[in-house]
Design a protein around this ligand. Structure first.
Ligand code: C2E
Ligand code: CA
Ligand code: CA
Length: 726
């Protein structure tokens, strides 16, 4: 080699040559026929297809020679292949280049040589087709040349076929290697849907051995789907489908179906489409997806759809149907059941209720558990309120039927809120919130009933919500104030205590009484906080007023229902007593029948505890409600407060006078003190005193007033009076 460029060229030529697979066995009858043809056409004893490698020339085919290679140094062909056209050596012995060549001086004693270069389409010369004679030959006509060139072209064609075959075999080999170890199923089919390739993973997943299925229809594993897929592939063309996957099921030899993900490809072999498919078993993935779907959409206890799934179904119904109905169902009395039967008893009740609800609805309706003891029912396509009302009634009746859990009878009821689409809401959100509001209404109106949504419910709710922000601000800005109303001993008019009453110094509306804002506090989230503040403020005030002469002074505090729900009432009260150094007897908590009826057993615990410590518990507005006699026994009470309506009316109305007498009698029999509220006149005070009422509260003795006024009028005056020895 004389230069780097030549060296590089030669490397490229050798690489090209390697693609033709000369190193491997060359026995190819096609070449043999061509060299025989050449020898006979030209009447020579020797004809060769010589491929020139780095160090040697190899004879791909030969006649008249019994060696199959020679060293490249001595090769005529190494010269001939470099030329553009045929190289002719008429007489080797007369040619300076060759006359000492061992192939000339010795076997095979070359005299005449003609070699046509075998040049590939990209210009690389692989070797030659050459003919060799033992006699010199003077003439090699144009006709001869053409013949030799044509033969060389035939040889080249054959070499080309061989190269393609080599490449195909190499990629087939690579493909089979990869496919053999792939964990994915790889299957190929021809354009008739016959299986042409089947890897070990396919054997494993589908249960057919390759030799059982090759050549058979791919329909065996996927009757319609697969063939449909093939046609689809063929129609769409490779580029459209490559890289995309579809999910389908295939059938294994034992008949089981397996979900798979398929990515398909299409190519052409000999002008006809072939198909390949990679299948991945997605059984496990499907199972995980199912599990996740269930977790996200099904309530594990009752196996009912959960809130999420209900929303999805409502969404669906709103887009599919002209009408629909949504009901919210809340259990009445479930908390008591949960408390008395324990968790597992509560669970059993919920499961039972779920079944009862399902029995009330039509096929295609949805019963869902929204959480806790709240359920929802979706009735798609239900057009009229009458049928909705009937179904709601049947729900209430079904839930109210007696139920036995662990041999114990359990009594629960249901309240139902009903909203109709499209009248009560056009979106899922609106419709569900309408049903919710109707449910609240049903609960507020005494439970065990159903209520339909109406527009004023939403209006009231919106107002209440708007009010909450205003209340929070007022609390933050300290616009709330406690007023105090004196309580006196009727025998001598001495001050014995005060009731703390809430006021709001509204920046625009002026002083507001509780009637204007108390319901909003009770309905909102602020009640426990404001309640705490009232307890602390009133205790602080009581500590200031309990002077040396007023050691029996008692402060009355009204409670919100929410203060019981928080569960820390007893702690809060004791903390306040502690902080202001007050004995428990300095405090009286006032509770109404409303609070008692709503909370039942829950509230008893803290009240009992406080009562045992000596904190007074007064039953406020006594006589107005339905409080039974047995209640007075069950509750830890120390005082009854006769409601002002009876006091006001007792002078003119014998029945009211009788009630006042009865309450006084009850108090004495149960060992409870009694205080009369709303005493406005001397006559009322006298009559009450005569009937044996010990204490009273009312405008006659003083209206509710700010603390400093109370101090001036009752505490200073009192201590002044006692200091004067009166
Ligand atoms: P209540 O506990 O029955 O309070 C007594 C109500 O009767 C007070 O109304 C008081 O001003 C009024 N009153 C007292 N003496 C007379 C009288 O001689 N004649 C007439 N006509 N009325 C009299 P107020 O202050 O408007 O409170 C109304 C209700 O608001 C209270 O009824 C109580 O249930 C509730 N409340 C007031 N303050 C609080 C509080 O701090 N916390 C809680 N939870 N509720 C409170
Ligand atoms: Ca009260
Ligand atoms: Ca009262």
């Amino acid at each position: 080699m004389s230069s780097i460029a030549e060296y590089a060229d030669e490397q490229i030529r050798l690489a090209t040559l390697a693609e033709y697979g000369v190193q491997s066995a060359l026995a190819d009858p096609g070449f043999d026929r061509l060299v025989q043809l050449a020898a006979s056409i030209f009447g020579v004893p020797i004809a060769l297809v010589s491929l020139v490698e780095a160090e040697r020339q190899l004879f791909a085919a030969s006649v008249g020679l019994d060696v199959c290679e020679t060293s490249r140094d001595v090769s005529f062909c190494a010269y001939a292949m470099r030329g553009e056209d045929i190289m002719i050596v008429p007489d080797a012995r007369a040619d300076l280049r060759f006359r000492n060549n061992p192939l000339v001086t010795g076997s095979p004693f070359i005299r005449f040589y003609a070699g046509a270069p075998l040049r590939t389409a990209n210009g690389q010369s692989l070797g030659t087709l050459c003919i060799i004679g033992h006699q010199p030959r003077e003439s090699f006509s144009e006709h001869d040349r053409r013949n030799l060139r044509d033969l060389a072209a035939l040889v080249l064609d054959k070499l080309e076929l061989r190269r393609l075959e080599m490449a195909r075999r190499a990629s087939q080999f690579r493909f089979e290697k990869i496919a053999g170890t792939s964990p994915d199923v790889i299957i190929c089919a021809d354009d008739q849907g016959r299986t042409t390739f089947w890897n070990p993973a396919a054997e494993k997943l589908l249960g057919y051995r390759a030799d059982e299925i090759l050549g058979h229809s791919i329909d065996l594993i996927a009757p319609e789907e697969f063939t449909a897929r093939l046609y689809q592939l063929a129609a769409a063309g490779e580029s459209l489908t490559e890289g995309r996957t579809v999910e389908m099921t295939v059938r294994a030899a034992n008949g089981t179906t397996i979900p798979v993900e398929l990515s398909g490809s299409m190519w052409r072999e000999d002008g006809r489409p072939s198909f390949g498919a990679i299948l991945r078993d997605i059984t496990e993935r499907r199972q995980n997806e199912d599990r996740l779907f269930r977790l996200a959409h099904v309530d594990p206890l009752t196996e009912l759809p959960n809130r999420t799934m209900l929303r999805e179904r409502v969404e669906q119904a709103l887009s599919d149907e002209m009408s629909a109905c949504v009901m919210m169902v809340d259990l009445d009395g479930f908390k008591d059941v949960n408390d008395s039967l324990g968790h597992s008893g509560g669970d059993a009740v919920l499961i039972n209720v779920a079944r009862r609800l399902q029995a009330c609805v039509r096929a295609g309706d949805t019963v869902a558990r929204m959480g806790g003891d709240e359920f929802a029912i979706l009735l798609p396509g239900l057009p009229d309120a009458n049928s909705a009302g009937r179904i709601a009634d049947s729900v209430i009746a079904a839930v109210s039927q007696l139920l036995t859990i662990d041999g114990q009878p359990v009594n629960i009821g249901a309240s139902v809120g009903v909203a109709m689409f499209p009248g009560d809401g056009l979106t899922v959100r609106e419709l569900l919130s309408s049903a919710d509001l109707a449910l609240y209404q049903a609960k507020a109106e005494g439970r065990h009933c159903r209520r339909f949504f109406s527009a004023d419910l939403r209006e009231a709710a919106t107002l209440k919500r708007a009010y909450q922000g205003e209340l929070a601000r007022a609390f933050r800005e300290q616009e709330f104030e406690l007023y105090y109303q004196p309580q006196v001993r009727l025998s001598d008019g001495a001050l014995v205590g005060a009731e703390a009453l809430l006021r709001w110094n509204h920046p625009e509306k002026g002083l507001l009484g509780p009637g204007a804002f108390l319901p909003a506090i009770e309905a909102g989230l602020l009640a426990p906080q404001i309640g705490d503040w009232i307890i602390r403020t009133a205790c602080q005030q009581a500590a200031l007023w309990r002077g040396p002469s007023t050691t029996d002074f008692r402060m009355g505090i009204n409670l919100f229902g929410a203060q019981f729900r928080a569960g820390d009432l007893a702690d809060k009260v004791m903390e306040a007593l502690d902080e202001f150094n007050l004995p428990p007897t300095a405090l009286e908590l006032e509770i109404t029948e409303n609070i008692i009826l709503r909370h039942d057993e829950h509230m008893l615990r803290p009240l009992r505890k406080l009562h045992e410590l000596g904190v007074g518990i007064a039953f406020d507005d006594y006589g107005t409600g339905y409080a039974s006699l047995s209640m007075l026994k069950r509750y830890p009470l120390s005082r009854l407060k006769i409601d002002q309506t009876f006091v006001r009316a007792m002078l003119d109305s014998p029945p009211d006078a009788a009630i006042v007498r009865a309450i006084l009698y009850l108090g004495h029999s149960f060992g409870l003190e009694v205080i009369a509220e709303g005493v406005e006149t001397e006559e009322q005070a006298t009559r009450l005193r005569k009937k044996g009422c010990g204490t009273a509260q009312g405008f006659l003795f003083g209206r509710p007033m700010p603390a400093d006024e109370f101090t001036r009028r009752f505490v200073l005056g009192d201590s002044l009076a006692s200091s004067l020895g009166q």
